[in-house]
Structures are given as C-alpha cells and as structure tokens.
Design a binder for this molecule. Structure first.
Ligand code: ADP
Ligand code: MG
Length: 689
C-alpha cells in the first residue's frame, strides 16, 4: 500500500492504494527503443519525436534575446544538433559539460541556428548503454510528482501480493466472447499488467494508439460500468412516481385557450416534439427528455406549452436558464403569453433585493406561484416548491449534472418526482448520446420556422475593419439592426471591458447619427436590461456587446453581426452568437473578423464555421477539439468522464458494450453490482443524472 499521509503528493493524483495505482494507466508511451542518427532526423524534422546520442562539443550561455543555454552535440556519424533551454539550472550545465556523452529525446525543429531541439529530455549515458527493449509508459502527473515517483509507486503496487486478487475475473467469459466475437481479450489482470509493462512481443503501435487487446479489455470494462449505471438509473426512474397528465389539453384550461390563439402555426417538427412531450407527461413516471434544436428553431414555445399543461393539472412549473438575460427573455415572452390568461409568472434571480427574493420564495412555497422563471437562484437555499410538476432547464449543458439534480430535489413531496424537460442548442454527438445521455429521451427540432434564410458567413481580415463599418451603415439604412461582438479576452475581464468601451466609442465617432448601445457583463442587471430593451425596441441600432449576448437573445430585425477576433472563440460560441441573426426574413450576414496570424487550428475552425451552419457538424468538431467534459457541462465532475475510451472513434465498441450490459443485467445481476463497485466506487452518483 502507498502511504496514506496527506503530504504525499501521490494522494493528489488520487493514488491512495495499490488498486488506485494499478488503475492509473499510462496516458501515453514513449518509444525509446530506437536511436536515430542526427543526419537522418535533421532531414525529417518537424515530423516526429526522435532520440539521438552524441558528445557535447560546445556549451554556451547566451543573453540574446534572453538568457538561455545552448548545447551542441555531435554523433559518431558527424551530425551536429543544437539543444536549447530557456531556463536551466547550474546542475544541467554540469551534466552537459563539453565531452559528456548524452542520449537526447525531443522534437526537432528549424531553429535560429539550424535544426534544434528545445528542452529535450537528456540522459548522460555511456555510448554503448543499451536501449530499452519496450515502450516507456508516461503517466499523468501533477506538479511535484515526477514520472519516476509514479513509476516507483506503481512498481511497488505490483509487488503487493494481494493485488492480483483484486482484479479477479468476474465477467462471464461466454457472454464476453459472444458480444465481442472479433476480439481476443486478455484477462483483466493481464491487461492491466501489459499496459503498465508492455513487453517486447507486444505490438507497439496498438499499445500507443489504444487499440491493443489489453486496451480493448479496459475500455470495455469502463464503458460497461457506465452503461450498467445508466441503465440502473433508468430502471430507478421508471419506478418513480410523477404526476400523470392527460394526453389532451384540459377543457377550458389555459393550454387550450392558448392553442386557440397561438401567435404562429407550429412547424411540423415542433408539432412532433410537442406530441412526444405530451406522451411523456401522460406517463406515471418522470419524464427525462432532452429537446434539441438549433438556435432559433423555436424551443421556447414547447417549454411554454408544457408549462401550461402542467399548470392546468394544478402543479407548478419552473424554467431555469443559465444567465439572467436569457431567463429574462423567457420571462418576458411567457409573461406576455400567460398574463392575458391570468397567470403571473414568478421571477427569481440572484440579483433581486432581499425582500423581493423573500416574496418570490413565499409564492413558490405556498403554491400560488404557478410558473417560476429564473436562474441558478432557483436551486439555492430557501427555495422550496409546494408541488413542482415540471422542471424545464434551458441550455442544459451550461449547468452541471449536480445542479440539474438539485432542481428536481426542490420539491416538498418525496414520493412524487417532477418531470424534466431539458433544452439545448448544442447538439449531442451520437457517441455522447449513447454513453452519457443514455437515460435521456431525445427530441429534435430539425426544422426552422418558415421564412428564414440561412446566414451568410464571411471571413474578413481585421485590417479591413473600415470597409466593414461602411457596409454596416448600408444595413442600417435599410432599417436593420446590428450586433458588434467584442473579442473574448479570457485572461482579463477588465481588458475585455476596455475593448468593448473603445469599440463603442470608435463606432459612435465613425457614425455620429447612429444610435449605438453597449452591453457587457459588468453592468448591473437593470442597466443591462434597459440596454437590451432599447435594442429589442429598435431604439438602439448597433449593439456593441461582450459575449453576454451569447444565448437566447431574440431580435428578428437584427441582420448583421460582426465578431471581432473571431479566432479567439470556440466552435459553439460562434455558432451560438451567429444564431442571434437570421431570425427574421431578411438575408443575414455574420462577419468574422480575424487577425492574420492564425494558428492552423483556428484557420480550420473559421473555415468550417464559414462553410456550415449545421449544429451537428459543429458539435462533432467541438467534441473532437475539447473532449466531452465541456459539452456535458460537467467539468466539475471530471472524474465521471470515460478515461480510456475515445468517444470520437468507438461507436462500435460502445454499441457492443451496451449489448453486454443488457445481457449481464438480465442474466447476472450480481455481477453487474460487483463490476460497478470495482469501477466507479464513489463516483457512481454522477452518472445517475
Ligand atoms: P430557440 O430554439 O433558439 O430558443 P426561440 O424559441 O427563441 O428559439 O424561437 C426563435 C424565434 O422564432 C422566436 O422569435 C419565436 O417566436 C419564433 N418562432 C418559434 N416558432 C415559430 C413558428 N412555428 N413560426 C414562426 N415563428 C416561430
Ligand atoms: Mg432559446
């Protein structure tokens, strides 16, 4: 066992026991088995990491442009290579004294003096020191923990005589074989052993790219734990009670009245989705439905109809949105629809005065508040619903798993659960839907309301800003409105604010007859609202904004959006922002201003955004780039992520493991329980949301 003292840096990595150590599998491997000649790596630099060795022939500390250590080595074949360190210790200078023989590993690139390695890994070895015969595992580490100490801890764990027993086979071999006929899977113990200590006979490539049977075994184990836990959560949900509503709108209820005077005709997709929701609400167990639809597809009306149906049945409905502006929009829209029918929505956000908050909480607790709309404040202390029947969460991915659970727990009644409707404009890629969202029914609004024309996206170099301002005036002459989004400056809110203020002033100066407004995160909420209101009312023609307008804002007359330094935004941020225009019937344009020094990734991102408006394509790209954590809105529960499965490429494995879990649950329920405990332990809770 590894020592349990809290000063032990290994504890920070969660390595408390031999079991933890054994499950701390390498994040990658280094191939130190081959040595290249310097001449050959110089000719292929930029392509891959290389290992060379040679004698130090020169060492120099340089001061231009800043203090740095330069070392030159020469190998037996006469090739010479520069090694460079931007910070270094005297001990390194000693280690690399002239005449020393070094083995060096790093990326070769074209430096100022010629081909060089910057901050390579260096070992002082004798020229005939043997090379490792197998791959060297690399572990994820935190500050203060070296690879060496992790390796030591893992080696020690493998000396623990009890370790093997902890990995005893529990999965029935016959079912495993049946589900994965094309794989020859090693035992769990042997898989773990192989991945920490690959041997000469193991195929290096498949170990490195995680397709080796040992990896497959681990991936199946991990996915299986997730599938089992999701299916259990589902079974549990189906056994819970929720209020059972009628399939048809109540006679003379508010829903019926509203449907009679609907402000527009539902699209085919909206109608279909509405029927799906109605079916769910008519069941005796809680709904858990995700409503997906691109920005502007018209999700709000579905939320409104569901809430009215719920109110007609004598229960409360709540709508929670991630930002105050978005919540406010819902509030305004729903109040306009509901007030004529005698229903006053309750407004609850963090920025209310203490007395207003108390009043709102009282209405929620005594049941007089039939519809409650707000932000995170809805799940904070002091809020208790009298009889919540339906919880609607907008932009659900912006909330953590835990927060979504909390809303459901805000009901007095422990017997009755509320139905949940989640809405999202960020489509869920298929693999995510099969894994993390397996207990969600999904409805998709895949049709935009009539009369929309797709937004044209243009990439424009920052230098051509002035032309953009001219074009903007043209748009304004047609009576249209414009968003001007300021660059994202993640490191500094102050700087971001400053940029927005500067832009605001510059635009005002450039167009003195135009009414320009400014909205940013530092405004008080009533100030923010005043500005947004003025924009909605058309009093403001150009709205300069930081990303606070990201979600939900609905001004159909706005037909042009300029996004500055678009290269700093992620895929879905731009997609969401762009969704603010193209909401009316006019041709809308989104201009992505970029500065010319683009990274390759940024170039690809902007190009994709220019070419497609398809939220699914964009979401897949986003998943590839950022991993599932962000899309799931569960960064804070990072340990519930799949650690070994690459969600991009494993449809097939996921599908088959799902089969496996179904079979185990029906034929070997006791095995599933053991499996869960082994793989999830305390983390199981997070997967149940
Ligand atoms: P989102 O899915 O992005 O939340 P909204 O619900 O805000 O979209 O709807 C976008 C706009 O489209 C709103 O102005 C809304 O009133 C309008 N809308 C929604 N459904 C229809 C429809 N069936 N016909 C016409 N307009 C619609
Ligand atoms: Mg919306």
């Amino acid at each position: 066992m590894v020592s349990k003292s809290s000063s032990n840096p290994l504890e920070k990595l969660g390595l408390h026991s031999s079991l933890d150590c054994a499950l701390h599998l390498p994040i990658r491997y280094e191939d130190e088995t081959k040595l290249s000649t310097i001449a050959s790596v110089i000719n292929s630099f930029g392509i891959s990491t290389a290992q060379v060795q040679g004698y130090v022939i020169r060492q120099k500390v340089m001061f231009r442009p800043r203090r740095q250590l330069l070392v030159v080595i020469r190998d037996d074949h006469g090739g010479e290579l520069f090694l460079r360190w931007l910070n270094f210790y005297p001990s390194q200078q000693k280690q690399m004294a002239v005449g020393q023989h070094l083995r060096v590993r790093g990326d070769v690139r074209d430096g100022y003096y010629g081909p060089e390695m910057v901050h390579p890994t260096v070992k002082a070895v004798s020229p005939d020191a043997p090379l490792p015969s197998t791959l060297t595992p690399v572990y994820s580490a935190t500050a203060g923990v070296s690879q060496l100490s992790i390796r030591k801890a893992i080696d020690k764990a493998f000396k623990d005589a009890n370790l093997e027993a902890l990995f005893a086979e529990i999965l029935p071999q016959d079912i495993l074989k049946k589900c994965f006929p094309s794989l020859t899977l090693p035992s769990l113990w042997s898989a773990i052993h192989t991945l920490h200590h690959p041997s000469k006979s193991d195929d290096m490539e498949s170990i490195q790219n995680r397709t080796h049977p040992a990896w497959r075994r681990i991936q199946i184990e991990e996915l299986l734990a997730q599938q089992i836990s999701l299916q259990q959560a589902r079974a549990k949900r189906l056994s819970r009670q929720a209020i059972q509503m009628n399939l048809k709108p109540k006679k003379d209820g508010i829903l019926e009245k509203f449907l009679d005077q609907l402000p527009f005709q539902l699209t085919g997709a909206q109608e279909r989705v509405w029927q799906e929701v109605l079916q769910d609400l008519a069941r005796a167990y809680p709904m858990n439905r995700l409503l997906q639809g691109d920005v502007g597809s018209g999700k709000t009306i579905i939320a409104a109809l569901s809430a009215m149906h719920c109110i007609d049945h004598g229960y409360q409905a709540a709508i929670m949105a991630p930002t105050e502006i978005l919540a406010e929009q819902h509030y305004r829209k729903l109040a306009a629809w509901l007030l004529p029918m005698g229903i006053q929505p309750v407004w609850l956000t963090g920025s209310l005065k203490a007395k207003e908050k108390r009043d709102a909480q009282a209405l929620i607790a005594n049941g007089q508040g039939q519809l409650v709309i707000g932000t995170h404040a809805l799940i904070q202390e002091g809020v208790q619903f009298s009889r919540l029947g339906l919880a609607i969460v907008d932009e659900q991915h912006r909330f953590g798993v835990k927060q979504r659970l909390q809303l459901q727990q805000k009901i007095d009644d422990v017997e009755i659960d509320c139905h949940q409707l989640m809405m999202s404009a960020t489509p869920i890629p298929r693999t995510l839907a099969m894994t993390f969202y397996a207990d969600l029914e999904v409805s998709v609004i895949d049709e935009l309301p009539p009369g929309r024309t797709p937004v044209i996206t243009k990439l424009v170099k920052n230098e051509r800003r002035e032309e953009v301002v001219l074009g903007l005036s043209e748009e304004l002459k047609k009576g249209r409105q414009v968003y001007w989004v300021c660059p994202l400056i993640e490191e500094s809110e102050v700087l971001q604010l400053q940029t927005a203020v500067d832009t605001y002033q510059a635009l005002q100066t450039a167009m003195p007859d135009v009414r320009v407004g400014l909205v940013h995160g530092k405004l008080k909420s009533d100030e923010k609202n005043a500005v947004m209101q003025a924009f909605v009312a058309g009093e403001i023609q150009v709205l300069v904004a930081t990303t606070v307008i990201e979600v939900g804002v609905d001004v159909p007359n706005a037909s042009l959006m300029v996004i500055e330094h678009a290269e700093r935004f992620g895929y879905s941020q731009i997609h969401q922002l762009r969704g603010r225009v193209g909401r009316g019937s006019a041709q809308s344009i989104c201009i992505l201003l970029y500065s010319p020094q683009l990274s390759l990734a940024a170039k690809e991102r902007l190009q994709t955004l220019k070419e497609t408006q398809d939220g699914f394509v964009i979401a897949e790209k986003d998943l590839a780039l950022r991993g599932p954590g962000e899309l799931l809105g569960s960064k804070q529960s990072g340990d519930a992520m799949l650690r070994f499965v690459d969600l991009q490429n494993e449809h097939d494995l996921i599908e088959k493991t799902k089969d496996l879990s179904v079979q185990l649950l029906s034929f070997y329920p006791e095995v599933t329980q053991k499996h869960l405990e082994r793989w999830l332990g305390h983390r199981a809770d997070f997967l149940k949301a």
